[in-house]
Ligand binder design. Structure first.
Ligand code: ADP
Length: 261
């Protein structure tokens, strides 16, 4: 039996007001792997993730999640399979941090039910992993961008799905929290075989944590593969317009990108 991919994208295209933003995307995300999408601003990364999260409708091509057409999956059922950490979101209501993380448990509650002990335990574990338990009584509005980002990751972890999608999850974090958070996501990925799909801007973090990189440029998949196959000076020159040298990280052997400044 072939291994079923967690997500498959077949011939997907998307336009905003007739302007093509994604064109002919074909991608497979293997179960239990850590995938990172890289690419310059405006290359369609967020649009692709928003389609996976069903925030934008697929009208050309197809996406399957665990082998089922995304369009046919009921919202609650989808939320048990796939959690999304959006780019920094705006909060208009004054929820406590704990309430925000408990929202991750909604797909498991029957109508009108409130969270039980198991839900609180799942939330607490996710919050301890992301260093947000101590913020639990704070208002989400009062947090810094980096704290809020960690809370949104905690909510996704508390959702206990087989797939986690993260859109620039470390963009507001300091170096310590960037590395800690990505290590924890990788730990979940390795220990529980959670499929991870992230957008990262930092090519060195992408190289350090990912099993596979997907490079997007101008709405298309430019190339993909293992980090050491993908990260080449010529690719970075063509896609990002930057001259770099690539050396093996002396500690890990993973590719390390050094811009020629
Ligand atoms: P990335 O995440 O790679 O920076 P995006 O997916 O955000 O790229 O954007 C891809 C293209 O789609 C950009 O040219 C952007 O201006 C355009 N775009 C994104 N959102 C909208 C929108 N709501 N309306 C019109 N154009 C949009």
């Amino acid at each position: 039996m072939p291994i079923q991919n967690a997500i498959e994208i077949h011939n997907l295209s998307f336009c905003f007001e007739k302007k093509p933003v994604l064109e002919g995307i074909n991608l497979s995300f293997a179960r239990g792997k850590f995938h990172t999408i890289i690419g310059p601003n405006g290359s369609g990364k967020t649009t692709l993730l928003r389609m996976l999260a069903r925030a934008l409708e697929v009208n050309k091509g197809m996406i399957t999640v665990n082998g089922v057409d995304l369009k046919t999956i009921r919202p609650k059922n989808l939320a048990r399979q796939l959690a999304v950490v959006p780019q920094d979101s705006t909060w208009e209501f004054d929820f406590s941090v704990l309430d925000v993380v408990l929202m991750g448990r909604t797909p498991y509650l029957s109508r009108f039910a409130t969270e039980g002990e198991a839900d609180l335990a799942a939330a607490r574990q996710a919050m301890e992993m992301t260093d947000t338990w101590r913020l639990r009584e704070r208002s989400i509005i009062s947090l810094s961008g980096g704290e809020r980002q960690r809370v949104l990751v905690a909510r996704a972890i508390a959702q206990q799905t087989g797939i986690i999608i993260l859109d620039e999850p470390v963009s507001h974090l300091d170096l310590h929290h960037q590395i800690t958070l990505l290590k924890q996501v990788r730990e979940l990925n390795r220990r529980k075989e959670i499929t991870v799909l992230a957008v990262l801007h930092d090519l060195n973090l992408a190289a350090a944590f990912s099993d596979r990189l997907i490079v997007m440029a101008q709405g298309r998949v430019y190339c993909q593969g293992r980090p050491e196959e993908v990260l080449k000076p010529e690719m970075i020159r063509k896609v990002f317009g930057v001259e770099v040298a690539i050396i093996p990280n002396p500690e890990t052997g993973r590719s390390y990108v050094l811009p020629k400044l």
